[in-house]
Write a protein that binds this ligand. Sequence first.
Ligand SMILES: [Zn+2]
Length: 124
Amino acid sequence: MVDKAGDATNKSMDNMEDGIKGKKKDESSKNKNDITCHAELEAIRLAVKKLKTNDLSDCILYSTHEPCIMCSYAIRFHKIKKVVYQHAVNYLGGVSSSMPLLISKEAPPHWGEVPVIVHLNSHL
Ligand SMILES: [Zn+2]
């Protein structure tokens, strides 16, 4: 995850599953036996801690896979302005599933605007 300043949250990118640097990280949920430890949530937790705010509206989240609906909830709650991912997922994706929470306009008003979605493989 990166913010407008560029480097304030660069360390959090290392904790993402892939991040923009392309470093594969083990699935934390498997290692910790905790299904809430998706890479997106781990990056959000780190960004909130590092930036000392719940408002991540200056941040962009990069992910190898389409965020699931659990992660989409957190992305919307923290008002992340842009989400970039490479691969859609078959079930429970926040954009392509029958529960598109990441792009739904039926959301609590305090969540703000729908984030900009960049699907890098959308041309395939
Ligand atoms: Zn997830």
